[in-house]
Design a protein. Structure first.
Ligand SMILES: Nc1ncnc2c1ncn2[C@@H]1O[C@H](COP(=O)(O)OP(=O)(O)OP(=O)(O)O)[C@@H](O)[C@H]1O
Ligand SMILES: [Mg+2]
Length: 308
């Protein structure tokens, strides 16, 4: 019999078989028995040193100080998006009421209900990209998109992206009270990666913001580089849901230009101003281009809320 008495060599410890032990005592020592004997005699010496363990399992992580100095792998793209301070409860600087930060407020509950219904629909169809748009300006598109994004970001283990694609009148940065220097131009033109242009106000929420209006709004949304940048964003961010805040459907052709990039549209209707004719015109514009996921009644009277 050959004995491998390599210092520190270790094999997986088999369950002790009393019969086998007896047999060894009678027949002389087997290779297994020899190793067991060595372990029993010198338990500390039998433990592999870190370097020996590394030799045996070169791919396994090791906690030795030497290996801790090896270059670490880069964090994934989502974690490289810069985190920015965000106080959802603060009111100063901010234009929009972020009801979604006050969990018990009736409006916050409405956004949670909308989130749940939206997630059911998206999950059932394997969709992720949702445009948020209204027939006309001031209906509450940004208000709805931001509050819905905050509600989505509370789903444990999820990732939500909110992109301000309203280049006519960007509003998300101001709504969330996030100061920005540069917009998303470099990202949408394909000259900068998402992790250099997006920000993370919450660990589970990334936002793409713009600071100033751009008269080439429709052209940006039409461009091939914009489509490619958003494909890359969805792939590399691992986002579960992406919301796109868009300009009014009936005032500009920006939303129409952007429809190929989304799976569906949430239409925001102002309970105090939007007419049935405007909603019908929007539906007509969307028909054949994008799925209408639902019409959200903003500024609804209390009696119109599904929670009352
Ligand atoms: N449900 C609401 N309750 C209280 N205030 C609201 C509500 N919806 C909208 N507002 C207010 O109305 C104003 C316009 O809202 P918002 O900016 O969301 O409109 P918008 O549709 O994004 O407009 P635009 O098309 O110009 O971007 C904001 O000051 C916002 O705070
Ligand atoms: Mg807006």
């Amino acid at each position: 019999m050959k004995h491998f008495a390599v210092p520190g060599a270790l094999t997986a410890s088999p369950v002790q078989d009393p019969q086998a032990t007896r047999k060894e005592d009678e027949d002389g020592m087997t290779e297994q028995g020899f190793k067991r004997f060595r372990r029993r005699r010198a338990p500390a010496a039998a433990m592999p040193s870190a370097s020996e363990a590394d030799r045996e399992r070169p791919l396994a992580a090791s906690a030795s100080p030497a290996s801790a100095q090896l270059p670490a792998t880069l964090p994934e793209p989502w974690d490289r998006i810069r985190q920015v301070p965000f106080d959802g409860g603060a009111k100063e600087q901010r234009r929009l009421p972020l009801v979604s930060c006050f969990r018990t407020a009736p409006a916050a509950k409405s956004f949670d209900l909308l989130r749940t219904r939206l997630l059911h629909t998206l999950k059932a169809r394997g969709w992720k990209r949702v445009a948020v748009a209204a027939p006309s300006s001031g209906c509450g598109t940004t208000f709805s998109a931001v509050n819905l994004a905050l509600s989505l970001a509370r789903v444990p283990g999820s990732r939500t992206v909110l992109m301000d694609m309203n280049f006519r009148r960007p509003g998300v940065a101001q709504a969330m009270g996030i100061p920005i220097q540069a917009g998303m131009g470099a990202f949408l033109s394909g000259s900068a990666p998402m992790e250099d242009c997006l920000l993370r106000p919450l660990p589970s929420l990334a936002v793409g913001l713009n600071s100033a209006a751009d008269q080439d709004a429709a052209e940006i949304l039409h461009s091939r580089s914009c489509g490619a940048a958003l494909d890359d964003l969805m792939l590399r961010s691992g986002a579960d849901t992406a919301l796109f805040d868009l300009p009014p459907v009936l005032e500009h052709d920006d939303t129409a230009a952007f429809l190929p990039q989304v799976d569906g549209v949430l239409l925001i209707s102002d309970g105090t101003g939007t007419t049935a004719a405007q909603l019908a015109a929007c539906e007509k514009m969307l028909a054949g281009h994008a799925q209408l996921l639902g019409v959200v009644l903003n500024r609804a009277r209390k009696s119109e809320s599904p929670l009352h």
